[in-house]
Write a protein that binds this ligand. Structure first.
Ligand SMILES: [Zn+2]
Length: 253
């Protein structure tokens, strides 16, 4: 029963996340006006705005102008619904569920915005740091001290990497947005998960970088944003962090 409720809840929030993804980078209001077609500007009727289902029913096209609707919409709705389901299975119906769902929702918005625009909006990451620290006072998964160290360590380590990189190569390798994002991840997950997130994101990022070089040619100057890798690594740390650390320690005994 809760599984179905959490899926529907997640899909609805996912629909709202799509609005944030489209409007936050342009500094538009996320509340007003209601959704409209990006091609013909016609307002979208509530029955055409049902998460996932409307996209399938309309076959990815606007009802009026038949302009194509980006697969971003069902993808984000589906991912948010799945996250909601996995989190309710992990935490049950609790305050922890709400905080970690907000955390994953923020990561989804950051990932898609970073992929489109190569920016991580401060309006998500900075309040996110505060919410994570607040959560540590209210939920049993993390202590206030661990959250605080996570913020300082997450922000500090990437800040150091970014500064050294800039000094060595005389160009910006990592944006300030990534620094604030890892501080937010530290706030929610603690300092150990920050280490795991750095390791995992570097690994996944390197593999992806090599794949893109192979597929697109060695000299392609395609800038890969780092935010999506940090976000993915953070989600892996959230669900499998303890298992991974135990496996790693067991391997080195
Ligand atoms: Zn249209």
């Amino acid at each position: 029963m809760w599984c179905i409720v959490s899926l529907i809840f997640g899909a609805m929030i996912g629909s709202f996340l799509n609005v944030c993804i489209c409007r936050l980078p342009n500094e538009e209001s996320i509340i007003w006006p209601g959704s409209h077609c990006p091609h013909c500007n016609k307002p979208i009727k509530p029955y055409d705005n049902i998460p996932l289902i409307s996209y399938l029913f309309l076959r990815g096209k606007c009802r009026y102008c038949k302009g194509s609707i980006s697969p971003q919409y069902p993808l984000v709705e589906g991912m948010t619904a799945l996250s909601s389901l996995l989190l309710i299975m992990k935490f049950g119906l609790s305050l922890s569920f709400l905080f970690y769902f907000a955390f994953v929702a923020a990561l989804i918005v950051i990932t898609v915005i970073d992929l489109y625009h190569q920016i991580i909006p401060d309006v998500i990451s900075l309040p996110g740091i505060g919410v994570g620290l607040l959560a540590s006072l209210l939920i049993p998964q993390i202590t206030f001290f661990n959250s605080l160290i996570g913020i300082l360590f997450g922000g500090g380590s990437l800040f150091l990497v970014a500064t050294v990189y800039q000094w060595l190569f005389k160009r910006e390798g990592m944006g300030g947005g990534d620094v604030k994002l890892l501080a937010m991840i530290g706030a929610f997950l603690g300092w150990k998960a920050v280490i795991l997130t750095i390791l995992l994101s570097s690994l996944i990022g390197s593999i992806t970088g090599i794949l893109i070089m192979v597929l697109k040619g060695k000299n392609s100057k395609y800038a890969i944003p780092f935010g999506p890798f940090l976000s993915l690594a953070a989600v892996i740390s959230l669900f499998y962090g303890e298992t991974l650390v135990r496996w790693y320690l067991g391997l080195n005994r």
